[in-house]
Write a protein that binds this ligand. Structure first.
Ligand SMILES: NC(=O)c1ccc[n+]([C@@H]2O[C@H](COP(=O)([O-])OP(=O)(O)OC[C@H]3O[C@@H](n4cnc5c(N)ncnc54)[C@H](O)[C@@H]3O)[C@@H](O)[C@H]2O)c1
Length: 382
């Protein structure tokens, strides 16, 4: 049984029909962190599940300074007033943010927009009293701000780190499984996480044979030209069909489980592999780049079918590791150092999860939930 969340706050916008929630799952050293998501399907229950996952993720991240939280706004992230809605949401949540609830970007919300709005509100990066009083932390926060502007392989550091971490988790698990080289990968989602993961997998010699975005799916069993699809990508992670080669097959995005592959990567929405479609999974490995993409019922079906899972709070912890490692001075603000620190931690935790699952004859999720159970539940310090 999970510990219940410390606090859940609900918000109703005054100028649109947007609704939002903030869930602080656990405070560690009076602080917690997580992203803010915007999508029409967001619910309070989803935000609580996501915040709980963040608690486990910070534990897997070996953090001694941060617990888990999550923000969620039920609204269309493509609407022209989406950024105004985000601004009003952050304004409503200001008392909690000022008390050490540090919310960043997530699906449909750019981290840069959150930072810009918090700056405008005079808050800046959310901090506890202790952080504000530490000259050392103030320097580390300047390092974090510098790192936000740095690039790696053509991506902003904060946009690539989660995807690269997921690619390393996939590679570690695939090697542990003694999978063949050049494995075929299908990815759902081509935003911050999906696109950068595809790039890193391509560099490692994996063959990305299918990508789905909010509009469509594209398939090529000889391998998609990942670099070109990234170069021509439109805002909000949408592919440009004009960039497709003549041998690409264009499908409905709902057909992402129909494409033959060895590894499947949900990198968009929650609950996309569920009791109604889990039997269709052809891959022998799923890497949860998205948060909570597999339901509990699907987990059981997948285990019966010998499908292994790199669980979300291990595979996709890159985004919080970069934050923790910079803001608390674990690494210097040097792109290669940041990437090496994050990817080596993810490889270590992925291997541990796979070894222990075999040793204890448990599912990867069950074993990861034992290994990385949050164990600190303190309070804000205001
Ligand atoms: N950004 C991060 O650092 C980070 C960190 C950890 C986990 N995650 C998780 O990764 C997932 C994606 O986040 P992101 O930051 O890449 O979001 P994003 O907004 O940058 O991209 C979302 C992608 O999903 C696609 N999409 C939306 N609806 C879809 C549908 N019905 N079918 C197929 N594709 C669809 C969009 O077209 C886009 O390509 C989320 O679950 C998020 O919680 C993100």
């Amino acid at each position: 049984m999970d510990q219940k969340p410390y606090a859940v706050v609900e918000w109703n916008d005054t100028e649109s029909d947007a609704k939002g929630w903030l869930c602080a799952y656990n405070f560690v050293n009076h602080y917690c962190g997580g992203g803010t998501r915007m999508h029409p399907t967001v619910t309070k229950e989803e935000v609580v599940r996501l915040a709980t996952t963040m608690g486990y993720k910070y534990k897997a991240c070996e953090s001694e300074t941060t617990g888990g939280c999550k923000g969620g706004i039920a609204y269309d992230y493509k609407a022209p007033d989406a950024k105004d809605v985000l601004r009003r949401y952050l304004n409503a949540m200001a008392p909690y943010i000022k008390a050490g609830v540090s919310i960043g970007g997530d699906l449909g919300v750019d981290y840069a927009d959150v930072l810009e709005i918090l700056e405008d509100m005079g808050i800046g990066l959310p901090q506890t009293k202790e952080m504000k009083e530490s000259a050392e932390i103030q320097q580390y926060i300047r390092n974090h701000d510098d790192a936000c502007d740095m690039t790696y392989d053509g991506f902003k550091m904060y946009d690539m780190i989660t995807g690269y971490g997921c690619a390393h988790s996939l590679d570690e698990a695939w090697k542990y499984k003694k999978g063949d080289e050049g494995a075929r990968v299908v990815i759902q989602g081509f935003g911050c996480v999906g696109a950068s993961m595809a790039n890193n997998l391509d560099q490692m010699g994996y063959k990305v044979v299918g990508i789905a975005d909010a509009n469509l799916m594209v398939e090529c069993q000889d391998g998609l030209d990942v670099k070109k699809l990234i170069e021509t990508r439109k805002p909000k992670g949408e592919m440009d069909p004009d960039a497709f080669e003549s041998n690409y097959i264009v499908r409905e995005n709902t057909e992402w489980l129909d494409v033959d592959c060895d590894v499947l990567v949900p990198a968009a929405l929650e609950d996309v592999i569920n009791k109604d479609n889990a039997e269709k999974v052809k891959a022998s490995l799923i890497v949860e780049a998205a948060n909570i993409p597999v339901t509990a019922e699907a987990d059981e079906i997948l285990r019966n079918n010998n499908v292994d899972i790199c669980v979300d709070f291990v595979a996709n912890l890159g985004g919080i590791r970069i934050y923790d490692s910079l803001v608390f001075g674990i690494v210097d603000p040097v792109p290669q150092q940041i990437v090496d620190d994050t990817t080596s931690l993810i490889r270590k935790q992925t291997r541990l999860m796979f070894e222990e699952a075999d040793k204890r004859n448990m599912s990867h999720r069950a074993v990861a939930r034992e290994l990385f159970k949050p164990d600190v539940f303190d309070t804000p310090d205001i």
